[in-house]
Design a protein around this ligand. Structure first.
Ligand SMILES: *Cc1c(COP(=O)(O)O)cnc(C)c1O
Length: 426
């Protein structure tokens, strides 16, 4: 283990990293509950839930048991032409907790593939109907993943510039700031009424990667209603907002108008394994039924519906059924409200915003809000030095801790964040 860093530098290529200038990675060797432990035994509060995936804390015994038990029964099997109990159980469980129009579950490997599958389904839906609908409507600032289809419908920025020539055309609506909602809905109606759009894809209520930008459920209802009026397939990418993050199980639970397809991943396996689900309405599914093989959805992955990932997802959903989980979520929502009010008092803070367990604010920054702002690096280092792993997005600092965070840990997290703000005002 002494060689961990040396060998990492020799062999490993990390995600979202410019290796020429990046500092040393944090060497994490163990985790428990809300805490990560580095190679020297120092602990860190996992304030962003390990990139949103962890919901009930690290090393949860109920999840561990589910994986262990499943491994001894059936660790993996091909899913084309084969079924197995945990895939069926998970499909039943997830369709029961989603609104009633969600009836068909397609398995893939992560968030990007779950949106990729949703886009392919919506394109093929129109292909199967022999109708010429090829356009996609998305929202500026969107992030739907890093595969080609997902990148095509996301924000066109420096993250994906080398690939831009290969993207398909997409129309974008401006981000729905509250004073622009009416104008944007008019624009949406104008576009969608052409009946040339295959789908509308969006992150409901919170745009994550572009800086925790939040918008109203009322706007979202109106936009979805317009899309439905012109029969455009509505896709909610709930990869980030799913599993309690917005205070309710899914962001769509805050909405009246439900989408046709929902994409799920991050919190799905409780932060233990890679798995994605694309859940569709019966109407979508029916449009693929035909005597012709080619009208079926001919898509799959080696690890489609992996039994270990399916089993741990079922166990994750068991934990969501416990009243104590709902209480824990409500408690974090309340703590966040109090903390938000406190943050509003600070000179260096602006745009404090909250959606359930997600709390975000911007640090005033003359250089503007870019992912690479110097505030970002300064904040990241300050937090690490003070025992908190928290990845700011540019000058946006946000917390979305695992639901098992204790009051003591939350107070500690708060005091480290306030300590950083104090260091800016010195
Ligand atoms: C993270 C994320 C994705 C991509 O998921 P991966 O598992 O990283 O591929 C897609 N959509 C949203 C909204 C996300 O936050």
């Amino acid at each position: 283990m002494v060689d961990l860093l040396k060998k990492d530098k020799q062999y490993v290529w990390h995600p979202f990293t410019q290796h020429q200038t990046a500092g040393d990675p944090l060497q994490v060797v163990r985790a428990e509950g809300t805490l990560l432990f580095d190679i020297e035994g120092k602990s860190y509060i996992d304030a962003n839930s390990s990139w949103w995936v962890n919901v009930h804390g690290h090393g949860h015994p109920h999840l561990a048991e589910a994986v262990n038990k499943q491994f001894m029964e059936l660790e993996h099997v091909v899913f084309a032409g084969v079924t197995h109990p945990k895939a069926v159980e998970l499909s039943e469980l997830i369709t029961k907790i989603l609104p009633e129009n969600f009836q068909r579950v397609f398995f893939s490997d992560n968030g990007s593939t779950s949106t990729e599958v949703a886009l392919k389904m919506s394109f093929q839906y129109w292909f199967n109907k022999d109708e010429d609908r090829k356009r996609v409507l998305a929202i500026e600032g969107a992030y739907h993943g890093d595969t080609f289809g997902a990148m095509s419908v996301g924000e066109r920025d420096m993250f994906n510039r080398p690939f831009e020539p290969f993207f398909f055309d997409v129309d974008y609506l401006p981000f729905p700031e509250s004073d622009k909602e009416a104008e944007i809905l008019t624009k949406a109606e104008k576009l969608l009424s052409t009946k040339t759009f295959a789908s509308l894809i969006l992150e409901p209520l919170v745009q994550g990667a572009s800086g925790m930008r939040m918008y109203s459920s009322n706007f979202l209802d109106q936009l979805s209603a317009i899309a439905k009026k012109y029969e455009t397939i509505v896709i909610f990418d709930e990869v980030m907002t799913g599993f309690g993050r917005t205070g309710k199980m899914f962001a769509m639970d805050h909405c009246e108008v439900k989408p046709d397809i929902v994409c799920l991943s991050k919190g799905l396996t409780g932060g233990t394994m890679a798995l994605g689900l694309t859940v569709a309405s019966e109407k979508m599914y029916q449009s693929f039924l035909s005597d012709e093989m080619a009208r079926g959805f001919l898509h799959g992955h080696s690890f489609t519906a992996n039994p270990l990932a399916s089993a741990v997802s079922c166990a994750n959903l068991d934990l969501f059924e416990k009243p104590s989980t709902k209480e824990a979520i409500n408690t974090i929502v309340n703590w966040n409200q109090t903390f938000a009010d406190e943050l509003k008092q600070w000179q260096s803070v602006e745009n404090v915003r909250q959606q359930g367990t997600i709390l975000a604010f911007s640090v005033k920054n003359e250089a503007g809000n870019t992912y690479f702002s110097s505030i970002r690096d300064r904040a990241y280092k300050f937090f690490l030095n003070n025992g908190v792993l928290l990845r700011p997005l540019g000058n946006t600092i946000f917390i979305n801790p695992p639901y098992c965070i204790t009051e003591e840990e939350y107070i500690e997290l708060k005091s480290v964040i306030l300590g950083f703000l104090r260091s800016l005002e010195e």
